[in-house]
Design a protein around this ligand. Structure first.
Ligand SMILES: Cc1cc2nc3c(=O)[nH]c(=O)nc-3n(C[C@H](O)[C@H](O)[C@H](O)COP(=O)(O)O)c2cc1C
Length: 379
């Protein structure tokens, strides 16, 4: 059946039993969570022009505080690291931090927990959006377009980062993580997925470097590992998650070897004791088997864009102990009370693709809860 890209079909014949594994509280590092259904990171392009989150963001996130953990939309660690899409937030000024503090307080007031996803866009950036040069591991462009203020444009060929430019990027992640904690967030998730800078370094195709950050699996894993280590040193490993998406082709990402750099990465960072590893992958894939064999810590699974979440499968995986939690994107976007609906076996609101990245409150803070949907419309 044809459907618009990004649309979601959820067959709601599934009801979460009261004793479901996904409803059991647990700890992820330093954070106690009430259940194992997490909100996946979702860019919503509603931030202010200077990267300060939207005034509506506290309402949007607190509406979804029923999630075991909310992972924020991707958030830039520096001005240089932003600019893949219009109106995406940052966490590198006092103003940004103050708004994230409002969001953290609102989510905590609602009984929720929240991590900020930290991001460098890498070769997915466009100078007309971020006002900065596009950079990547190597001068290899993503064959993709992005929406700029003057319309759709192809992504430029990135400038390959000099070796000396890498340590300052690691330091940007460290400082941003400190700001997130100072804002009252429960932790941060390092974004090393979906074709952005850290993922680009992991790739044996997009990364053609000949220095210590390219070539062997250990070298390609080095940047993500250094970021994770620096951030863990700054805020404590129990407040740090890491997101990876081996083999995912988002952003024209290409990898021939979808295992080697990930094995090297996970073996290097395993002793740190991170809060969790978040993997965007199909659980029947060979890569998932490799990761599960290498990674003994908490594992959060998101089954990815092409596959609608099968809650029954997620519940089985959690019940077997194969995953700690399930991360849910579009269904959480459209259903602020997703957990309640799953417990009741109720229908879910359909996500409206047209308002995923549109400015304003429509499709952002106006998806009704079940109780609101059932209220008779006033005449
Ligand atoms: C509107 C939208 C925005 C997204 N933004 C991000 C993001 O900021 N960071 C990220 O890691 N993934 C992002 N993703 C990917 C989601 O986290 C998730 O992997 C994807 O939606 C598949 O999960 P789902 O089937 O539960 O929606 C985004 C996806 C969508 C639909």
């Amino acid at each position: 059946m044809n459907r618009a890209p990004g649309a979601l079909e959820i067959s709601m014949t599934f009801t979460l039993a009261a004793d479901a594994a996904l409803l059991k509280p647990t700890r992820i590092g330093e954070t106690a969570v009430d259940n194992r259904i997490f909100m996946a990171p979702l860019t919503r392009s509603r931030a202010q022009a200077d990267g300060t989150p939207s005034d509506l963001a506290a309402q949007y996130y607190s509406q979804r505080a029923g999630a075991g953990l909310i992972i924020s939309e991707a958030t830039a660690v520096s001005k240089e690291s932003n600019g893949a899409y219009l109106n995406t937030p940052g966490i590198y000024t006092d103003g940004h931090q103050a708004k994230w503090a409002e969001i953290a307080a609102a989510v905590h007031d609602g009984g929720g927990r929240m991590f900020v996803q930290l991001w460098h866009v890498g070769r997915m950036g466009h100078p007309d959006i971020g006002g900065v040069e596009t950079v990547g591991p190597s001068a290899i462009a993503a064959d993709a377009v992005t929406h700029t203020p003057s319309g759709k444009q192809s992504l430029p060929v990135p400038r390959a980062l000099a070796t000396a430019e890498i340590a300052p990027i690691v330091a940007d992640f460290r400082r941003a993580a400190r700001r997130a904690i100072d804002a009252g967030m429960d932790g941060v998730e390092i974004h090393s997925a979906n074709g952005y800078l850290l993922h680009e370094f992991l790739s044996d195709v997009v990364n053609q470097r000949t220095d210590a950050y390219g070539g062997s699996p250990e070298n390609r894993a080095r940047l993500t590992a250094e970021v994770v280590e620096a951030v863990a040193d700054e805020i404590g490993a129990g407040r740090v998650g890491l997101r990876i998406s081996p083999g995912n082709s988002a952003g024209d990402m290409r990898e021939v070897d979808t295992v080697g750099a990930y094995e090297a990465l996970l073996e290097r960072i395993a002793p740190l004791g991170l809060a969790y590893l978040h993997v965007l992958i199909e659980p029947s894939s060979a890569e998932f088997g490799v990761i599960r064999a290498v990674w003994e810590g908490n594992l959060v699974l998101n089954t990815g864009r092409e596959v609608d979440t099968d809650f029954c499968q997620m519940e089985s995986l959690a019940g077997w102990g194969a995953i700690t939690a399930a991360a849910i994107g579009r269904a959480f976007l459209a259903n602020p009370d997703l957990i309640d609906r799953l417990v009741l076996g109720a229908d879910l609101n359909e996500p409206d693709v047209a308002t995923f990245y549109a400015p304003g409150p429509a499709g952002y803070v106006d998806y009704p809860t079940l109780a609101e949907a059932e209220q008779p419309q006033s005449a």
